[in-house]
Design a protein around this ligand. Structure first.
Ligand code: NAD
Length: 441
């Protein structure tokens, strides 16, 4: 291993270890405060963000952990919060106790849920809100499970890192929905790669190439509500297509693959350059995000990671990672080829259940547990990549962290203005980043 690589890994590990040491001390100081949510006590949970994954994460938690109870739900839209409480009650009976006065709606619903006598929060809103809501939960002394991605911009990343530190000082436990960390074939393979099964690591590849995701049109929402939605309501509903809400599809999906590469490296990239654009994503309901990105990331020791993500139909699709070394290659997910050939033959639980089992165990046993560190770093790796493709410049990690722009609105209200507004024809084409003109920081 080169000195540069050693130093990069050491810095990364020192950060985590300092945290861990801090956690051990803070954890012991905070046992009394957290005792209500440890041991055999019931863990009371609030769900914030009652969409597809929010319901899914609550289900994973309730079905895989004992003595947990969902007691509050919060969503920007009341109908979503209500529907979630009803659906989960039907499915889980006594494990759900959400009376009407603990069904919260609106932009401040998250705070009301956090303040409703709970021990742990599950966060699954659109990602732009994650740093704000994570900070509120940690400030209030709650354990957290938060979905990926955890931020969409540099101020969000910096806030996450502050909250991670605070979580450790308070002995709070944090899980992040990068579930491959709880998926046995990944865990076993990456352990072997780190132990040297591929010899000297040469480069990494990461892909999320697919056809794209849902589009929620303005017309469909107007029909559903029987009135014209405000611009803020519409963007919140069709959040995938706005940078302030989703971070672009590179953050929203590709974060999973970038996270695998960071995991293997025990580090984040320090430099990135790339290209991307919007080839087929045209029309009023597809906001401002790109439909393809390609990035060459460089880690501190010079190792390259080549990343592709695409939302274009009828192309080559692949969602995977690969690691290449002097003595072999691996798909990072159960297979090593070359000198140390190996196949994963075991069986594991669903990683989306397992991540809740592991978090629950850490809370009960007051174990050190904070996935927020890599959750933040991997999420910002995606933002960093977006800065490279949007700008066409070579971007540097430290500058991106320190100087990256704030993407969030000044005010959160359904009648407030979001950061991007449509043209007279309803299109956001003017807000699509133009390489050569867009400034990364
Ligand atoms: N780990 C995984 O594999 C995985 C899979 C799917 C989704 N996710 C993540 O889960 C998150 C949610 O995705 P989804 O598919 O459930 O989206 P969704 O649109 O179905 O649900 C999001 C919900 O959050 C609510 N919401 C938005 N802003 C809010 C706010 N400020 N306060 C309260 N509620 C708010 C919305 O009204 C909506 O009900 C995303 O970050 C996504 O990346 C992760």
């Amino acid at each position: 291993m080169s000195n540069a690589k050693k130093s990069s890994r050491r810095e990364f590990l020192e950060k985590s270890t300092a945290t861990v040491a801090g956690t051990a001390l803070a954890g012991s100081l905070n046992v009394a405060r957290n005792a209500h949510a440890a041991g055999d006590d019931q863990i009371k949970i609030a769900l914030i963000g009652c969409g597809g994954r929010g319901n899914g994460a609550a289900t994973n938690c309730l079905q895989s952990c004992d003595n947990v109870k969902l007691v509050a739900v919060a969503d920007a839209f009341e109908e979503k919060a209500k529907a979630s409480a009803d659906r989960l009650k039907k499915k889980f009976g006594d494990k759900v106790d959400v009376p009407q006065d603990r069904v919260f709606a609106g932009f401040d619903a998250y705070q009301k849920a956090i303040d409703s006598g709970i021990d742990m929060v599950i966060m699954a809103t659109s990602p732009g809100f994650r740093p704000i809501q994570y900070k509120a939960a940690i400030d209030a002394g709650k354990h957290v499970f938060m979905e990926k991605p955890c931020c969409v911009d540099a101020p969000g990343f910096r806030s996450l890192m502050e909250s991670n530190k605070k979580a450790d000082e308070k002995g709070l436990k944090v899980g992040v929905g990068l579930q491959r960390h709880h998926q046995l074939p990944y865990v076993e393979t990456i352990k072997r790669i780190k132990d040297g099964a591929l010899g000297k690591l040469e480069f990494l590849r990461a892909y999320w190439n697919g056809g794209g995701v849902w589009v929620r049109s303005r017309e469909a929402l107007a029909k559903h509500w029987g009135r014209t939605p405000t611009e803020m309501e519409y963007q919140m509903w069709n959040w995938y297509y706005f940078v302030w809400l989703s971070g672009d599809h590179i953050c929203e999906q590709h974060v999973h693959n970038l996270d695998i590469c960071n995991w293997i490296m025990d580090a984040h990239p320090v430099e990135a350059n790339g290209m991307g654009g919007r080839q087929v994503r045209k029309g009023p309901d597809v906001g401002q995000i790109y439909d393809h990105h390609f990035i060459e990331f460089t880690y501190a020791d010079g190792t390259k990671m080549f990343s592709q993500c695409r939302h274009i139909r009828n192309c080559w699709n692949s969602v995977c990672e690969a690691a290449h070394g002097t003595e072999g290659t691996s798909n990072c997910n159960g297979r090593i080829d070359g000198k140390n050939e190996w196949r994963f033959r075991g069986k594991g639980k669903s990683p989306m259940d397992q991540e809740h089992i592991d978090l629950n165990k850490a809370i009960r046993n007051n174990e050190k547990y904070n996935e927020g560190w890599y959750g933040a770093t991997s999420s910002f790796t995606a933002v960093f990549g977006r800065m490279a493709t949007y700008s066409g410049q070579v971007v540097k990690w430290d500058d991106a962290v320190a100087k990256g722009p704030n993407e969030m609105p000044e005010k959160f209200a359904f009648d407030a203005k979001p950061p991007v507004l449509p043209d007279a024809d309803g299109s956001y084409e003017h807000a699509v980043a133009m390489p050569g003109i867009y400034k990364p920081y």
